[in-house]
Design a protein around this ligand. Structure first.
Ligand code: ADP
Ligand code: ASP
Ligand code: MG
Length: 407
């Protein structure tokens, strides 16, 4: 008997009709002789609706209260799915993060999972229940407060549960039937991949392909959980996220990603001496803000330089304030913030063994007159920061240049 973990995203449970289809599919999976644990997201649009309500009442709502508020979306959907499965004659039990012992750290709105009460979940499974877990939420280890795992966090709940229960597979049901060479909403002839390596998927996710939350892929890779991404609308065979193999290396570029959730900060006239970069980035990191593309210019006179870097756009104002205060303390010049930037990236394990990939990317962008504002690379990716208005053009151009599309 296999243990199947399934996750249904917001669109998949977005209406009563959708919940009926999902409940039916869970029951069918169980009827085929599998044990099933399902994780659900809030109904489509619900998390955004709750955020909007809070923002109408406060510009800066407390993160603790936001977590409590947002976790309610997944409570609703998980209960409704369980209600329908019971109605179909299959025993089902819905559980919140707290009820399944999903313990996290204390970082509200982007908590990390520390442990899961696998025994409690398995006791119900062994009693013949399908267990429906409210995704995206946990409770903090020290205070027992409700925490959430960041936008898209139900993916991470699902893969973490699959790892903790040692499940045979983690199926992520969404509104596309797999991982494509680029976001199919932007590139019409994007091609569906049969398989993709964990490391490539991790890059794509961290570079903006929100089809899987990055932490979910990290868990998958660490605990070797096979992740299948597929559609709850067609139930066709999807894309398997799995260990890298030799065949994957033959492909130069596997996918393109874009990320508009970017903002660029620049701090001018910084003293060119040891310890300054460490002060700047420690200040940002200690406020739980992730820093991405960093550029430090060579100083002309050996005395001062400027440093720019990107942060997620939601954190831009906070980072700007921190940096302006710090600039005064370290005797630096003014600080500027630009939110009209986006990042486009190419990803592929084949890059390790093929030179010239970055040059080809820069050529393609130049041919369209797109200026590159900053560059960052790793073994298997190249990212360029560009003006936001060129994002779609850049993605389509790169997709064509690297021949990724369907004929
Ligand atoms: P869910 O609500 O099911 O979690 P998401 O909206 O979070 O779904 O993720 C699915 C979306 O991810 C798709 O509708 C698609 O537009 C987007 N996406 C971005 N990049 C890709 C890609 N490379 N392959 C497939 N989907 C992608
Ligand atoms: N409901 C949350 C969100 O919209 C979590 C998720 O859907 O995975 O981000
Ligand atoms: Mg998602």
């Amino acid at each position: 008997m296999a243990l199947v973990v399934q996750k249904y995203g917001g669109t998949s449970v977005g209406s009563v009709e959708r919940i009926e289809i999902v409940a039916q599919h869970i029951k069918e999976t169980k009827d085929k002789g599998n044990n099933v644990v399902a994780i659900v997201s809030a109904m489509a649009g619900e998390t955004d609706r709750l955020i909007k309500l809070a923002k109408e009442l406060s510009n800066n709502p407390s993160e603790r209260e936001m977590d409590l508020l947002l976790s309610s979306g997944e409570r609703v959907s998980s209960s409704l799915v369980a209600i329908k499965i019971n109605e179909l004659g299959q025993k089902a039990m819905a559980m919140t993060g707290r009820q399944c012992g999903m313990v996290t750290d204390e970082v509200h709105t982007k908590a990390r999972i520390k442990s899961i009460d696998a025994d409690k979940i398995m006791n119900y499974v062994n009693d013949g229940y399908v267990v429906i877990i409210a995704g995206f939420q946990g409770i903090s280890e020290k205070t027992g407060d409700v925490t959430t795992l960041g936008r898209g966090g139900s993916d991470t709940t699902a893969v973490a549960v699959a790892a903790a229960l040692n499940a045979d597979v983690c199926e992520i049901y969404t509104d596309v039937d797999g991982i494509y060479t680029a976001d199919p909403r932007i590139v019409k002839n994007a091609r569906k991949l049969d398989r993709i390596s964990y490391s490539e998927m991790m890059e794509l996710a961290s570079l903006g392909a929100k089809v899987l939350q990055i932490r979910s892929v990290e868990f998958g890779m660490k605990y070797n959980v096979p992740i299948m991404v597929l559609s709850s609308f067609t139930f066709n065979k999807g894309t398997l996220v799995t260990k890298e193999d030799e065949n994957m290396e033959k492909i130069l570029v596997s996918g393109i990603a874009q990320d508009k959730n970017q903002a660029r900060l620049k701090i001018n006239s910084v003293k060119d001496e040891p310890g300054i970069a460490s002060k700047i980035f420690n200040t940002i990191a200690s406020n739980n803000i992730n820093v991405d593309v960093i550029v430090q210019n060579v100083s002309d006179d050996g005395r001062t330089t400027d440093i720019s870097f990107t942060v997620p756009r939601d954190d831009a104002e906070k980072a700007y304030e921190l940096l302006r205060n710090l600039a005064k303390n370290i005797d630096a010049g003014d600080v500027t913030l630009n939110k009209d930037v986006a990042k486009v990236s190419i990803v592929g394990v084949g890059m390790r063994s093929h030179p010239g990939v970055a040059a080809k990317m820069f050529d393609s962008l130049a041919n369209e007159g797109i200026n590159i504002r900053a560059i960052s690379t790793s073994e298997i990716k190249v990212s360029c920061l560009i003006d936001e208005k060129y994002t779609e053009l850049a993605v389509r151009t790169l997709h064509d240049s690297f021949n990724l599309g369907n004929e």
